[in-house]
Ligand binder design. Sequence first.
Ligand code: SF4
Length: 675
Amino acid sequence: MSRTVRTTCPYCAVQCNFDLHLEAGQAVRITPTRECPVAGGTVCKKGLSALSDLRHPDRLTTPLLRRDGKLREVSWETALSAFAAQVGPLLDTDPTQLGVFGSGALTNEKTYLLGKLARVGFGTPNIDYNGRFCMSSAATAMNRSFGLDRGLGFPLADVAKADLIVLFGANIAETLPPVMQFLKAAKDRGATIVNIDPRSTPGLSQLHLNLYPGTDHLLAGLLLKLMGEWGRLRPSAPAEGQREVLDSVAHLTPEQVAAACGLDVDDVLKLAQLYAQAHHPLILSGRGPEQQTNGTDTVSALINLAFLSGHFGKPGGGYGTLTGQGNGQGGREHGQKNDQLPGYRHLNSPADRAHMAAFWGVPESALPGVGKSAQDLLLSCGDDIRALVVIGTNPAISAPGAPLIRERLAALDFLVVIDVLPSETALMADLVLPGSMWAEEEGTTTNLEGRVQRRRRAMTVPGLAREDWRILCDLAHAVGRGEKFRYADFPSLQQEFFAATAGGKADYSGLSAERLDSGTFQWPISHAQHPGTPHPYFAPYATASGRAQLHPVRMSVPERPALTLTTGRVAGQYQSGTQSRRNPALKGTPDVQMHPETARQYGISQGQAVHLAGPHGETVLPAQLTPKIRPGVAFIAFHWPGSANELTSAHALDPHSYMPAFKSGAVRASVQPVL
Ligand code: SF4
C-alpha cells in the first residue's frame, strides 16, 4: 500500500517541510512541497537524502551492554536492570553524581521530558545539552537585553524587505541553503549584501570584509560610534545603559579598528556608509562571532548597533541570529539547559520554580538548582560526575578538546547513550539504548524563526528499538522513580508539555496536534485562538523595567597567534557526522584549508599531509590551499574523527554563555614527515 506523510526535515533549523512517500510501510522517496510555510518547496541535498539513515545497515536495533569489554546484544529487561544496578545506588546516595547530556536534535516534547526526568525523576541538577556549543552566546545576549531569546524575531519573509543585509560569520549558502531565497529576493529589490567572515563563503555579497577571527565586536563598536557622529542614532525604544554603551566606543577610530580587524580602512568606512544610508539594515549573525570567548559581548555589540540606530524590531531591519541545529530553538526553551524550566522559565526565579513544582506536584525544595553547563559537565566526568546519560549527540567528536573529553568519558563508572546509529560516543558506552529517528516519532519542533511545526510518524521503529520518549520513561521506572512518568500514550505527554509552557515566555499552550495539522505558529501562542506572534520583540520588553538593557562591551583586541584555527561546517555534512558520514549521497572529506601565502610560510603544498597540534591533541590532514581564506588562519570542519576538535581548547569558554571558542584558537602546523 502506498502512503504519503508530510513531515519536517530533521537536519537543520530551517525545518523544511517535505512529503515522505511509503510503499508497504517503508520510506522510498522524499519530495519537497510548495506548501512548506518556511522554504516554499526548496530543500537541500541533506534533506532530500535523509532516507538513507532510516534503515541504514548500522542502525541500532537492539540494546547493547558492555560485557568483558565488548558491547553485546541484550534484552530491554537486562539493559534496564543494568541501568538500575549502576544508577540506582548513585541516586540514593548523591544524585548530583549523575549527569544528563541532551541535544538540539530532540523534539520539544523530548526536551521537556528529559529536563523533567533529570530534575523530578533523578533529582540531579546536572543536565545541559549540546546547544551550549551552538546558540548560547546569542541567546544570552538577547536575554540580557530583552528578557527574551527567539533567534529571529521576525518571519524569514521579512529578510526580503531589508535594503542592507550584513552577515556576521554566517555561511548561509552552505549551512541553511533555502534561506538564500530571501537574500536573493532582497537583492533583487536592490538590497546590498555584505559578508563579514575570515573566509569568503559562497553567497550573494557585494562586499566581503575578511576580518581577523574574534574582532567582530570592534567593527560593530566603530559602526555605532560613526552612526553617532553622523547623526544616525535614534534608539528603537526606551533603553538603559545607552550612555555607557556610547562611552565604551567613543575612543575607537576607523584606522585603529581596521588595523585590529586586519581590514582595509576604506572597506570599513564603506560598510559604515552603507549602514548609515540604509532604511532597513538587517544584521544576521551565525556562529562566527558567537563561538568565541567574547561571543556574548560581540552579540551585544551587534544588538547595541541595531537598537541605537533605530532598526531593532523593524520589519526588514534590526538583528537576528541564525540558529543551526534541527531543533536548536525549541531545544533551548523547555528544560534541558542547566538553568532552565519549561516555557523558557528560569531555575533561579522563585516564581518560576514554584509554578513548575506545583505543575509537577512536587515540593519546590525538591527541584534542584542550576547545574553544570555542558563543557563543565563533560570535564567533570570521572570526578564528581560518575555516570552520564547522553541522548542524540556525540561529544566524543563535537565537544572542544575532544581528546580530553574522550578521556573524561572513559573515566566514568557508567556511560549510557541513547541513539540511532553507533556514534563514536555510543561505541565508548557501557549501555547503548536504540532510539527513534525523525520519521518514527510524533512531536513538535521549533525552527529558527520560532515557528512551531508538527513532526509526524510515518513508520515504526525497527527491531527492538523504542521511541525515545518511552526510553526516558523506562529509565525513570527502572530506578523506581516512575510515578511522574506514566503516560498512556504520546498525546498525553504532548498535552502535558503544552500545558507546562502556559504563562512562560515560550508559551505553546494554545497549541494542539490538531491545530498544528492545519498550520504553523510562531510563539508565544497562549490560547487556542491565538494566531501566533511573528514579531515578539516590542516594548515594554520582558525585562524587570520593561526597558531594553544595553550592555557596554570591552573593546579589547584579541591576541593574534601565528596561525589561528577556525572551525565550522561544510555543505555536504552535518554536525559530528554520525548520520551524514554514512550517507552515500553526501560528500566531503576532512582537510585543513589555508591561504597559499600561509602555506608557503610553513613549506606546505596543495594536498600535502599537514601535522597539526593543539592544546589537547594532534592530527594529520591534507592541505587544501585556497585564496578564499585570510592569511594566517586555518579552517577545519568538525564532522569527522581526527578533525577540528582534536585541536580546539577544552577550557576556553565565554564567561557569560559558557560557549567554547570554536572559532579562534592557536594551532601549530608543520609538514608531516614521510618515513
Ligand atoms: Fe533539511 Fe535544513 Fe536542508 Fe531544509 S535546509 S532540507 S531543513 S537540512
